[in-house]
Ligand binder design. Structure first.
Ligand code: RP5
Length: 156
């Protein structure tokens, strides 16, 4: 006969830990400005259709560089598995995120009222990453596709 399972303390602690992991967001949606929110929220809506947990944060690679670094360095440990990063103009956020995490980063180039080139500036900023620091890029103002790609990366 096997011994009865040890009760209580350890079992309770294990299930509490399991709950934290189960509830953790899997996708982090970040963007360079509040003005990007209207487009980037669409990624969240798509992730809801896949029942993928996510969080949305505003943090600028230029205005809040330390916040971006801390967020990306801690992302995997917090349970995130993909980062979606949207930015316009000199759209550094996706690349800076990729510099601080080994998680897959999906960049969303955004058009902006101040764009000198109708969003092409942001597209080139997102796409032209140096070898070894990859950023996957979706089309201009296409946050929805970033979410579909994140779902595929997660095997949904
Ligand atoms: C970028 O500059 C942001 O991602 C945004 O798309 C653009 C304009 O930012 P705001 O001036 O609206 O804050 O960094």
């Amino acid at each position: 006969m096997s011994e009865p399972a040890p009760p209580d303390t350890q079992t309770a602690a294990e299930s509490e830990f399991a709950d934290i992991q189960v509830d953790a967001p899997r996708v982090g949606i970040i963007m360079g400005s509040k003005s990007d929110m209207e487009e980037m929220e669409k990624a969240g809506k798509v992730l809801e259709e896949y029942r993928v947990r996510y969080e949305i944060r505003v943090m600028s690679a230029h205005r809040d560089p330390e916040m971006v670094a801390d967020y990306c360095k801690n992302a995997r440990m917090r349970g995130l598995r993909v980062i979606i990063a949207g930015a316009g103009l000199s759209a550094a956020l996706p690349g800076v995120a990729a510099a601080h995490t080994e998680l897959p980063v999906i960049g969303v180039p955004l058009s902006s009222r101040l764009s000198a080139a109708g969003g092409l500036d942001a597209i080139l900023s997102v796409v032209q990453m140096p070898p070894g620091v990859p950023v996957a890029a979706v089309g201009l103002d296409n946050a929805r596709n970033a979410a579909h790609l994140a779902a595929r990366i997660l095997g949904c």
